[in-house]
Design a protein around this ligand. Structure first.
Ligand SMILES: [Ca+2]
Length: 361
């Protein structure tokens, strides 16, 4: 298996599909470069990274923690089904909708989610749909129109879109794309929303996308992987879909602010067109990165998702009704302030009267 060195923070990571993130210091890197990083060669300590896998946010065969009960780690929704070798979000049938949600909120600052998936079906190219989404959002288990999940979500959505809605619409209107604008499907894209953004399904999310790339992921005989990495507010999405066991860059956006305590999930929908959307595994790794004191200050927790240099519409939160105690305190302190002002006023008035009387005599 070829290992792809990637620079992340101050450490080099070696990444192979389906494996754990592998760390090594600079010395090991030099040694590896001298030796040449051939197949099977691993940096020292590669086997001691198990502790980074977060089991409470991960899912793999034999899918024991998956179910519909409140005690299961992963909850199924809609038409999703647990099979022996995979979890089928939707079968290759029209109008199906399925989802799988982690029940444990994730409080990690830096993480990496490896998604092993398979999309396959009877339909010919562009006669299949619609793809699936991977979520890191505030809400979970909310069905809706965005790949089977709710619109105006709060958090991150990564979409593996297998049907070009916009292109088909343009074709129907006998319009042509200018070559620079056309996106080739299947297409992977990402979106961050604070709840005020809507995913435009008719345009395959083009107005709100942070970035994207073409990904030929259907009906392949080899394994297909997608990885979402979130380190020091940098969102990176990479793919391993060519059967070469190498990560290929897809999206890389700095300045992505995601709150902690959100939920991982994945969902899918079929309409007139369909596909089997299968999840084989979801593996979440905690990444330990060093931060300078300045970075520590800069990377303080946020309460709403946002992306630097990208203006999201403001969220207007409805005013919450005041509790009885809050109301009492407001009235009480207003009264105290009023009495205080009155007393001060009387004192000042008396002083002024005394002085004018003195002047008079
Ligand atoms: Ca689409």
């Amino acid at each position: 298996m070829a290992l792809v060195p990637r620079f992340s923070g101050r450490r080099w990571l070696w990444q192979g599909p389906g494996t754990r993130p592998v760390r090594a210091g600079f010395g090991t890197l030099l040694l590896l470069l001298l030796l040449g990083s051939g197949p099977g060669l691993r940096p020292a300590g590669a086997d001691q990274t198990d502790e980074y896998l977060k089991r409470e946010h991960s899912l793999s065969k034999p899918y024991q923690g998956v179910g519909t009960s409140s005690s299961s780690l992963w909850t199924l929704m809609g038409n999703a089904m647990v099979m022996t070798q995979y979890i089928r979000l939707t079968p290759d049938m029209q109008s199906k909708q399925g989802a799988l949600w982690n029940r444990v909120p994730c409080y990690l600052r830096d993480w990496e989610l490896q998604v092993h998936f398979k999309i396959h079906g009877q339909g010919k190219k562009n006669l299949n749909g619609d793809g699936f989404a991977i979520w890191y959002t505030k809400d979970r288990m909310q069905p809706g129109p965005v790949f089977g999940s709710k619109d105006n979500f709060v958090g991150l959505g990564v979409f593996v879109d297998t049907y070009p809605n916009e292109e088909k619409q343009q074709e129907a209107q006998k319009r042509r794309y200018s070559p620079g604008v056309q996106r080739v499907f299947p297409y992977v894209s990402a979106m961050v929303s604070n709840g005020s953004l809507s995913y435009d399904h008719e345009r395959d999310g083009r107005p709100t996308e942070l970035g994207g790339c073409t990904a030929m992921v259907r009906n392949l005989n080899h394994d297909t992987f997608l990885v979402i990495r979130y380190v020091k507010r940098r969102l990176t999405i990479m793919l391993d879909i060519d059967g070469k066991h190498e990560w290929r860059d897809c999206i890389d956006v700095p300045g992505v602010r995601l709150p902690r305590g959100y939920f991982f999930g994945t969902s899918s929908v079929t309409g007139d067109l369909s596909d089997n959307h299968d999840i084989i595994s979801l593996k979440l790794f905690e990444l330990t990165v060093e931060r300078t004191p300045e970075e520590e200050k800069l990377h303080r927790d946020v309460f709403l998702p946002s992306v630097d240099n990208m203006k999201l519409p403001e969220v207007t939160l409805p005013m919450e009704p005041l509790s009885g105690l809050a109301l009492f305190l407001i009235v009480f302190f207003s009264l105290v302030a009023a009495v205080f002002a009155l007393v001060i006023g009387i004192i000042v008035y008396n002083k002024w009267q005394d002085q004018s009387r003195k002047r008079f005599y």
